[in-house]
Ligand binder design. Structure first.
Ligand SMILES: [Zn+2]
Length: 186
């Protein structure tokens, strides 16, 4: 028996072309090729995020590309092959804000799952480090149009409305940003 990760449930087996059927995996009907005996598990997209906390403020970036242009969010992105979650979060932080933190200095703030209207979902994990652990000056990079610290008061005044037309703070990050300020702030 072989297990393969797939981003979409296949209709035909990519190895032999046979129509895929299903087998029961712990109560879940899971795509399976009867000829190759391969079971196709859906791959989960995982993004790693990291903010830096300075006083009562947390570092955010303004998205400069994609569907969320103009929305402010915790720096982050998809985990590359070979990376740990803190390594990916530290790399994304560096690419988007120019601040460098040692992955070992990132503390876990929380995790979550975003379900999209098209049925896809994304898992995320959020880390934070205090400003004392960060090197460099804030400078937006990669797909970030801007980067700056938001105070707790500003964050609380911009809840994610869920409406892409009106929201300024996106991607369900608010609670975890406030949590990071609570823990690392002074
Ligand atoms: Zn097959």
């Amino acid at each position: 028996m072989t297990y393969v990760m797939a981003t979409e449930p296949p209709t035909y087996c990519p190895y032999c072309g046979e129509t895929v059927d299903e087998r029961d995996v712990e109560g879940v009907a899971t795509p399976h090729c009867p000829d190759c005996e391969v079971t196709f598990f859906e791959e989960q997209l995982v993004s790693a995020r990291a903010t830096v906390v300075d006083g009562d403020s947390a570092l955010l970036i303004e998205r400069g590309r994609g569907a969320d242009v103009g929305v402010w969010a915790t720096p982050g992105g998809f985990v590359d092959p070979g990376e740990t979650l803190p390594e990916a979060a530290a790399r994304e932080l560096r690419e988007e804000t120019s601040l460098r933190v040692d992955p070992a200095d990132l503390a876990l703030v929380g995790t979550g799952r975003i379900a999209f209207a098209d049925g896809n979902a994304q898992l995320f994990v959020t880390f934070a480090a205090p400003m004392a652990a960060a090197d460099g000056a804030v400078e937006p990079g990669d797909d970030a149009a801007d980067a700056r610290f938001w105070t707790r008061t500003e964050l609380e005044a911009h809840p994610d409305t869920g409406d892409p037309e009106t929201r300024t703070l996106g991607a369900t990050g608010l609670e975890q940003l406030l949590e990071a300020i609570e823990r690392d702030g002074r």
